[in-house]
Structure formats: C-alpha cells, structure tokens
Design a binder for this molecule. Sequence first.
Ligand code: FES
Ligand code: MG
Length: 599
Amino acid sequence: MPPTKHTTGSLRSQAWWDNAGNPEMTALYLERFLNYGLTPAELQSGRPIIGIAQTGSDLVPCNRHHLALADRVRDGIRDGGGIPFEFPVHPLQETGKRPTAALDRNLAYLGLVEVLYGYPLDGVVLTTGCDKTTPACLTAAATVNLPAIVLSGGPMLNGYHHGERIGSSGSGLVIWQSRRLLASGQIDYDEFMARVAASAPSIGHCNTMGTALSMNSLAEALGMSLPGCAAIPAPYRERAQMAYDTGRRAVAMVHEDLTPRKIMTRQAFENAIVVASAIAASTNVPIHINAIARHVGVALSIQDWQRVGAHIPVLVNVAPTGEFLGEDFYRAGGVPAVMRSLLTAGLLHGDAMTISGRTVAVNLEDLAPADPAVIRPLHEPVAARGGLLIMTGNLFDSAVMKTSVITDDFRARYLPDPDEPQVLDLRAIVFDGPEDYHARIQDPELGIDENCILVIRYTGPIGYPGSAEVVNMEVPTALVRLGVTVLPTLGDGRQSGTSDAPSILNASPEAAVGGNLAILRTGDRIRIDMDNACVDVLLSAEEIAERWAHYTSPTFDNQTPWQEIYRSTVGQLDSGACLELAVSYQDLVHTKGIPRDSH
Ligand code: FES
Ligand code: MG
C-alpha cells in the first residue's frame, strides 16, 4: 500500500487524529493519548502538535536543565495555539559515554528520525547543548524536514578559582592546563581536583568555545534558533524566556510551513563557516556541519572550510583562543553581535532566511553595541585568521589544523621568522590508540624531544569506534620539566574543542580503512608545510607500497551490536561521519508521505 502523501495546508498530525476515511483507527490513535487528560476536542481541533525533543537527563548533566526549561517551552507552545508532546532523545554526554559520544551521535539521529517521522508531530523544538546533541538533533530534523527550531541550553556561568576566571570543559582546557601543572609538580592532586570542579560552577554546557558552545552558536548562525539564543547562560532568566519564545515560534513555523530545507541552504552553511572562524570554533564543527549539510541535501566539502573561512579573523575573545568565557560572551552581545560585524563588512549572506521568519539582516537590526573587549571589532581581531587549514599530503586526503590556538611560545620556537617558509621537519613518535600512548609516553627509549611530533592512529570512526578526542596528547613529564609543554600532534581521531596544542586532526581516510597513517613508523620524518597546507611523510612511493605489502591490520572488536552496525556503514570524518546509507533518505515528510497505519 503506498503511503498517504502529506499535503501542505493540512496538518500531518490530523492523519492520526481525524482520519474520516478510517474512523476506527482514529479512535485507536486518540484513546491512548487521552488517558492522561487530553481531550478529543483538543487533538481534533487542528492545532499543531509540537514535539519537544528532550536531550536532558541524569545521564546528560550538560543538558539536564532542559527538563525544567521544557515547562516554559510547553507554555509557549500552548500560548501559540499548539499542543506540546515531550519525548526523550537517546542520551549523548561527551565525557561520560564510552567508548565515545561520537559513536552515539548517529544512533540518536536514527532514533529521532523514527520519532519525528512515525508519530503525529507537526513540528519540533530541538533541545541542544552538550557537543553531540546539537548535530544529532539537526541531522534528524534535516532528514525528516518537519518545521524545527533549536533551543540551546546555554553555557554554565563563569567559573572562578582563587579569583581567577577558569573555563569549564568536560574534556578540555582546565584539565589540560591542570594536568601540566600536576605533571610538573606545581600543584598536588587535591588542588588539581579543586581547579577542575571550580570550572563547572552551575547547570549548563561547557562555557569555553568548545564543541558545545561552538555548535550552538553555529545552529544560530545557520538560522535554526531565535536570534541571541546560543550564548544565554543556562541559569539566566533570559534562558527560560527564550524557551517560552521558542515554543511559541515553533507553532507559527508549522502554520508557515517553514521547514529546515528552507533555512539550511548553501548560503546558510557559508554563513556558519564564516561565523565558525570568527568565534574560533572547535575543530569538531566541520564534521557536524558537513553531516547536517549532507542530510539536508546541500553540497558542502571539507575544502569549503578553508575556501570560505580561512581568511576570516577571530573576533570572539573567548577561551581557548582568547581570555573570556560564555557568560562574558553573552553580556558582550553573543552571536548576533558577531554576525552584525561580519554582515557590515560584507562577509555574510544577509538575505538568508531564518526560523524567525525574517532574514539574517533583518534579525540583526537594532542591536545594542557589542563590548569590544570580548567581541573585538574587525580591525582589532584576536587573531588575523581564524579559519581552519585543510591539510593534504601523502598520509591522508584531508585533515584539519586550527592555527589560531597556536601559542606565541610555540611560534617563537618552531617558526621564528614569518618571512621564511613556514615548514616544520619533525620525527614521528607513533602510538596505536590512547592505551598504547599512555603505556609508552614516558619511555625514555623513545627519545622524545622538542623536534618530535606525536602521532596517534586507529582512533577514527571505524578504528575506535566513533572517533575519539585523543589527538591532544600531553608531552612526557621529563620534557615538561625542561620547559617544553606542548608538541605538535597528528592523528585520525579528533581533539577536544578546547585543547591548546597545535594539532593536525580528523585525518581522512583513517588508518583503519587504509589511510597511510597505518604504515607510519616511529622515527619517520614528517614535513609540515604551513604555507601550502601540506603534511608529508618523507618516504618514497616505493617504500610506502613495500610497507603495505607487509602490513597486517589490527582486528577491531565490536562490543555491542550498534558498534557493528555503525562500522558497517559509517563514513569518514571529512564528510561528516554519517551513516552512508542514511544520506539517501531526504525530506521524508515530502518524499515518503505519512507512514502506514499501525494496526
Ligand atoms: Fe557536555 Fe562539555 S561535556 S558540554
Ligand atoms: Mg569534546
């Protein structure tokens, strides 16, 4: 039996609640939703049913306050004339989920696609926050193409320790800095724990410009949340007010049939890339943004990130690139202030449509002036170039390098003369995953010195599985004591959005699927040419072929059924690490219609 086509103008949910051709099924659908007090009149009134995709739970503390915010979303939906239906999303918490939350991004995606498509929903509020929750929600909304609006949970308040502003980051900045202090004997373990705990002082997601704040900011830049949504700290009254406005707006979007495919256009993605540079976004964002683009049917490549974003300066002075944190970012004007600067300079598409029903340019009218200490003017940026370099060479087709986090100390040591070719020639120290790294990093036999690059492999989507944030490797303690606190790193995994080491990440293809990282050996010379965005191992093609001829792959054990399914269909990081078979499913609401009856 062919599916019933959904026609614009009649609500999708009415195919469940008010199906004149099949009154018995309608009765069956209605009765169970009445058992907690809803009335048939409500459900048959033609009011939009708005889902609230709830990502918060005890397992996801970064988003847990969405459980409370949902009350304000419900109020907004009701006042807007809709009916709210809240439901859970598969939990995605960055630091708690083993082996990686990245593995589960696509699982949450699959689950949410089924819910949005298979239940009587006309629109959805996507509650986002912790790193993977934003892309999981947006990829699913893209596939189904129901009217969808993002409600960010917002960053934590600033943390302070001994009067010093201290940034939170589940897997991030304070941890890396404190580990170095611990390793060099400057602090003890109690002080280490005190610093780490002080960095997470309230509800909310990480307050540095890690993946969480980056992705929520880019959801806003894409036009998928109300203007100003991303940066409001989680505990502020404005956050709950934003929840209310978001609920109200969701209902209107259904009446306007304002779907993700009308918002997330090529122009919107170019805007997101430009904003990503200006906020010095996490190196994880190209993965997620490219995944969203694929699911919404927009052609976007990893090279677009360099082409569109490399020359854009960093304006946002927030850690790890800058000094401040999410609370300061909000007070300074947040994403709208950044976008207005970029728009005024002609760097954004002002006519891109947003879920407000207005264009980017109209959304940015009448803003208060930004605080220039936190959101710098274009002529006084935090860094002249905020974009990613997309590296290529004989070890991988692509990898990303975030140059804005490279410290002055590092440049002074390795690249002292900006007029000379910016080339590093380094000796590779190769580790097969983080266990191997931890087991051997202190081994004096490796002879690690400041002219080495730490390489980690078998940490990509298939190798790990899910791709782990393990490329930010600490240097041996003996080297820290000599004053060398960071070394360049390279790997087929990812890096915490808040690490400050100069790293070459997300190498695609990964070692586990035949990338040349697999045949690299400790002692090989690696040349990094920053001017030409090239990374090469100094081996002949014959030598590389010879090593492949004698190569045996490690085995990759699946510990759960999902790991096996994931590995059988996941793509590489450069193209979003999507479930490849899922990408052909586009715009389900319009291409597949309403699913068959359940009984
Ligand atoms: Fe969840 Fe950082 S660990 S937001
Ligand atoms: Mg992270």
